[in-house]
Design a protein around this ligand. Sequence first.
Ligand code: SAH
Length: 217
Amino acid sequence: MRVRKRKGAEEMLAEHPEIVLEEATAWKGRWQQLFGNDHPIHIEIGMGKGNFITGMAQAHPEINYVGVEMQVSVVSHALDKVLEKDLHNVRLLHIDGSALTEYFADSEVDQIYLNFSDPWPKKRHEKRRLTSPDFLAVDETVLKPAGEIHFKTDNQGLFEYSLGSFSQYGMTIQKVWLDLHNSDFEGNIMTEYEEKFSSRGQRIYRVEARFPDKRKK
Ligand code: SAH
């Protein structure tokens, strides 16, 4: 996501450590304690400005959400939304998604969302794609057995790559949408990019993919 640098973004994050967690490796294995309940934990990696995660949190108070994003200005916009909507089931991490195992214990996470991830179309940048095997290995570690990734994108190339990557990793493709907005899918919460691209008439793809049950390996 390209955003203009926001002046004071770092300070904004620092003013709300109850939402944008600092030194968050301390919460590894203790997220339920942090949220003060035993609700499932869903993560979005590359959450952008937070429309999706805050919309999901409003719609599903019975789930705890953690938004992961590495750009500080972008996180500050998501923070605005968490504060505006006065949400208590959302926390934000200003970190790189490749480091998730430092923040979550094995099997601590119930589900992962990826939305409009950067396509990195060049083969030599494959490792940066959030659906490449190294990222999948990190996701599998923090997810509970047979946990799922739910992925939306407008980018056909990244979608095709991701289906292949999931499959080669041994995941099961549970469900695929080749045109989400003209389907019977209910309860879709749009992301910022989804609003932008779909208003230009671009098709939205979606897939739900499940990891193998690691206990059976
Ligand atoms: N999900 C949002 C933003 C999509 S743009 C939406 O749909 O509107 C992709 C976002 O992923 C960018 O904000 C980028 O900073 C973030 N991102 C890319 N790689 C990341 C990584 N390794 N860890 C954390 N965030 C990442």
